[in-house]
Structures are given as structure tokens and as C-alpha cells.
Design a protein around this ligand. Structure first.
Ligand SMILES: NC(=O)c1ccc[n+]([C@@H]2O[C@H](COP(=O)([O-])OP(=O)(O)OC[C@H]3O[C@@H](n4cnc5c(N)ncnc54)[C@H](O)[C@@H]3O)[C@@H](O)[C@H]2O)c1
Ligand SMILES: O=C(O)C[C@H](O)C(=O)O
Length: 330
């Protein structure tokens, strides 16, 4: 029995993500919540011949009910980028949306696992943590910023220049955060040695860091990645659900390093320093984060420099999120 709520279910990500979660055989209850259009989406998806029960929740008055009795909330609610915008430009609108949704989850399903897709992830995850801390129910093992799309892109973009590599099984650890130069792919530690030239590493790194921009540009004002994100979000949610049921699965995700203080140490020394949140490879288990997985070798000097750049930007993104909920006292 796994009950999942998708908040922002009628959106560009929400719709295909809801469909993919309907296809997930572990899911028994699927609550679809949005402030517009969700009855049609839920009616449509409810006809798919799997055993889960789909319910529609439209508007703020239904939010509490949508998140009552759930094991897992997946949150793609909020506005996407248009050309020329950074993810940080979304903060003004999305910060308040995420805060409100987390408050409802905290009130009605305080032990639910929470996966945040809404951008800027580097700040919306700290917002969520702060809301949960204020309520005294924060468990860093149960809160995740979904960075799976960066890992998915890394595997696929490597294949573009190494056609002998299997994009579906190649794993490139991606650490840091989820925006521009906070995204740090560790190509030197890919699951298959890639033997890349310096130029190839530089070009691939840049493409992985700014892969989102390719989609924003191609959609030309109609939003950002939705279908690849739904795939990535469904993959992360499936991994988490299977881990809750007892499988051991590793996925990179943006979490509180406090979730595994011992495992975090290697990443702190690599450049995460005192940052509260960082994307790291995480072994998932029945309680969420089971442990932070150590890297399987030494990072290159270029990767170490990229982590330092990421850490500086992340420090600002994280405090912007924290201070949105807990403004500093003068
Ligand atoms: N983490 C990632 O890798 C990643 C990847 C792609 C997109 N994103 C982010 O995901 C978010 C959604 O993108 P999209 O393309 O689906 O946007 P979209 O505009 O197509 O859909 C967003 C949905 O959220 C709903 N919404 C707005 N306010 C809400 C509220 N208070 N409660 C519930 N639902 C609400 C809207 O009605 C809409 O249906 C954006 O912030 C985008 O930047 C993140
Ligand atoms: O690029 C965006 O704004 C959406 C998302 O974060 C992505 O990486 O595709």
C-alpha cells in the first residue's frame, strides 16, 4: 500500500508524471492536486488499467484532504522559466507556493516523504526544511530535492559523443545543486571509464550544467523541460518507493548533509564545507536516506574547482530559502 500525492498535477510535468505514477504497480492511491484543470486530468488517467485509485483535488479548499494519509508527496507546482530567466527568477512566485504546500503536508501527513521538483530547487528545499523545523517535525532523511534530471542528462549527453556507451545504464555522479554552475558532474568517476579529452570534459560539463536552457530555448516561451522531467521524477519516486519496500537503491539527490553526518564528511572536505544542503549520491532505504554514498575515487582538479564555484553560489541560494521562512532578526 503506497499512497502518493502529486501537487501541481495538471501542469506540464504534473500530467505525464501522474500518468507514470499511475503505471507504477507499487502505488495503490494517487491523489492529484492542482489549482486548475485537475478533474479532467484525474478522470483521464483514472481509466488506465492498473489497480491504483485516482482522486482529483481542485483548489486550496481541497489541499488538506489531498495530502491526508499519504506516504509520499511529489511537488512540481509552480511557474517554469521563459527564455532569458534564471531559476532564481522563479523564487518570487514559487517560494510561497512551496511553503504553503509543505505547511499542508506538515499538518496532515507529518511523516510523508517529500520530493521537491519546483524551482529553484536550491532554495525551495531549504524553504521546506525550515517550515518543517518550525513545526518540530523535520526529518532530514525524508526530504529530497529532485536532481535526477541532471544525472539523466549526463548519461544521455555522454552517449552523444561516445555512441558505444549505454545511456540507460551509465551512471555519472552529479553533486552540488540544481542550477547552472551549481550542477557539478563528476565525469572522471563515471561508472564506465570514459577517457575524455580536456575539451570534451569542459564541453560536456557545460552542457550538463545548462541542459535546461536548451529546452527553455527550444520551447521558446512555452516553458521548460516537462517530459524528460516527468521521466526523471518518476524514476526517483520509483526508487524511493522500492527502497521503502526494502530494496537498496542509489540515486543522487539534493538533501541535508545532516541526514548522514558521517557520510557527508567526504563531500564537506571536497568543498561542500559547512553547507546545509548538497546534492550527493544517496543510498535510499525504508526510512528515506540510509546513507550518503562515498565517491569511488579521486575527483580531478577541475572538478574540485567546479565544486568550489558551486558551493559559493549554493550558500546564497540556501540562505535565500531559509530567510524566506525565518527572516534574520536585526
Ligand atoms: N527539478 C527539476 O529538475 C525541474 C525540471 C523541470 C522543471 N522544474 C520546475 O518544475 C516547476 C513546474 O514546471 P511545469 O513545466 O510543470 O510548469 P507548469 O506551469 O506547466 O505547471 C505548473 C502547475 O503548477 C500548478 N500550480 C501553481 N500554483 C499551485 C499551487 N499553489 N498549488 C498547486 N498547484 C499549483 C499550476 O496550476 C500548473 O498546473 C517549475 O518551477 C519548473 O522550473 C524542475
Ligand atoms: O531549466 C529549467 O528551468 C527547468 C529545469 O530545472 C531543468 O533543468 O530542465
Amino acid at each position: 500500500m503506497v499512497s502518493v500525492a502529486i501537487l501541481g498535477a495538471a501542469g506540464g510535468i504534473g500530467q505525464p508524471l501522474s500518468l507514470l505514477m499511475k503505471l507504477n504497480a507499487h502505488v495503490t492511491k494517487l491523489n492529484l492536486y492542482d489549482i486548475v484543470n485537475v478533474p479532467g486530468v484525474a478522470a483521464d488517467i483514472s481509466h488506465v488499467a492498473t489497480n491504483s485509485e485516482v482522486k482529483s483535488f481542485l483548489g486550496a479548499s481541497k489541499l488538506a484532504e489531498a495530502v491526508t494519509g499519504i506516504d509520499l508527496a511529489i511537488i512540481p507546482a509552480g511557474v517554469p522559466r521563459k527564455p532569458g530567466m534564471t531559476r532564481d527568477d522563479l523564487f518570487k512566485i514559487n517560494a510561497g507556493i512551496v511553503k504553503g504546500l509543505i505547511e499542508a503536508i506538515a499538518e496532515n501527513s507529518p511523516r510523508a516523504f517529500i520530493c521537491i521538483i519546483s524551482n529553484p530547487v536550491n532554495s525551495t528545499v531549504p524553504i521546506a526544511a525550515e517550515v518543517l523545523k518550525k513545526r518540530g517535525i523535520y526529518d532530514p532523511k525524508r526530504l529530497f530535492g529532485v536532481t535526477t534530471l541532471d544525472v539523466v542528462r549526463a548519461s544521455r549527453f555522454v552517449r552523444d559523443i561516445r555512441p558505444d556507451v549505454d545511456a540507460a545504464t551509465l551512471r555519472v555522479p552529479v553533486v552540488g545543486g540544481h542550477s547552472g554552475n551549481t550542477i557539478v558532474p563528476l565525469l572522471s568517476l563515471a561508472s564506465t571509464p570514459l577517457d575524455l579529452s580536456e575539451t570534451e570534459v569542459a564541453e560536456l560539463t557545460k552542457r550538463i550544467q545548462f541542459g535546461g536552457d536548451e529546452v527553455v530555448k527550444a520551447k521558446d516561451g512555452a516553458g521548460s523541460a516537462t517530459l524528460s522531467m516527468a521521466y526523471a521524477g518518476a524514476r526517483f519516486a520509483d526508487s524511493l518507493i522500492r527502497a521503502i519496500k526494502g530494496e537498496t537503491i542509489v540515486e543522487p539527490t539534493f538533501i541535508a548533509l545532516a541526514a548522514d553526518t558521517e557520510g557527508a564528511e567526504q563531500y564537506r572536505q571536497l568543498g561542500a564545507g559547512a553547507l546545509e544542503f548538497f546534492a550527493v549520491p544517496v543510498e535510499l532505504g525504508p526510512q528515506g536516506v540510509a546513507r550518503i554514498v562515498p565517491l569511488n575515487g579521486d575527483v580531478s582538479s577541475g572538478e574540485r574547482e567546479a565544486i568550489a564555484v558551486a558551493a559559493e553560489a549554493l550558500a546564497t541560494n540556501i540562505s535565500t530559502g531559509v530567510e524566506f521562512v525565518s527572516p534574520p532578526t536585526q
